[in-house]
Design a binder for this molecule. Sequence first.
Ligand code: ZN
Length: 310
Amino acid sequence: MPKFLNVLICFSNVALLVIFFGPSALWASPGESWPVALHNAMQRTADVEWRLRQAAGNMCSGTDAATGLVMDSLDAYGAGDRSMVVETLGMSDLAQVAGVAKGSPAARAGIVPGDALIAIQGRNIGSEDNYPGTTLAVRVQAALAALPAGQPVSITLRRGAAPITVSLTPARLCAAHIFVTTENRLNAYTDGSNIAIPARMVDFTRSDDELAVLAGHELGHIIARDEQTSNIAKRRRIEDRADATGSDLASCASYDTRSAAAFWRRLEKTQPLRFLAIRMQSTGKVRAQNVRDRPIPTQCPITGIPALRK
Ligand SMILES: [Zn+2]
């Protein structure tokens, strides 16, 4: 498929369970190392994910334990980058906290980015291989998501020399997780339960309001259980509905959707060959206007999604 079509597509059947970070410094500011830029993006998505999952209420097909932690690990990086990652991020063989959502159980427990995770409920994560083929960070995130919600759990961390143990109580929220990738493209997509957003795209958003409208669109697909279709007219209606649901989710999560609406126009302008592509979505102008015109939901968390327009 030509590359210019790719940027218009936001479904993927590719399972996102394994995210590896290839070297790609294109989104990092001059003088900033790309792993640092990557972790900045992961902190922003941690905040947005936490708030959107709350805004989704009971609308997702699955729920899991939410701590507000986003993890990283050395085995997610290419062998040639690992010594640099150890140097710049201080990462060890343990999984490292890359993001802590503001207001989340992990934040209230005092966990901060850079902490290394030793054990969950006294059990070391890493030696076991319950999730073959994945990275340590993904295994730790899966173990965190599988914790009992509503009950205190103990997390043992290394910060500096001495291990510390904190207690936190995970919330039970919509089972949707944002993964930051190092793909060199401006798009976002979902496999039906996970959302992938390249760090370059996170950086392209000018505010967390814009990031929430983008991630909310993908969460809208997850909530609606949308599937791929070759019917272009139907696909556009599906995309319009994901925009509407995403706007509702972002509004319920207290993001300013009116200021974020222009994002869709700005994104479209990055696609110079868009006039040649089969248009799967409304124009950026229409998408921005739809978000701007959408009233703030009367009920939060959301309790429904719009019907597909005829
Ligand atoms: Zn979409």
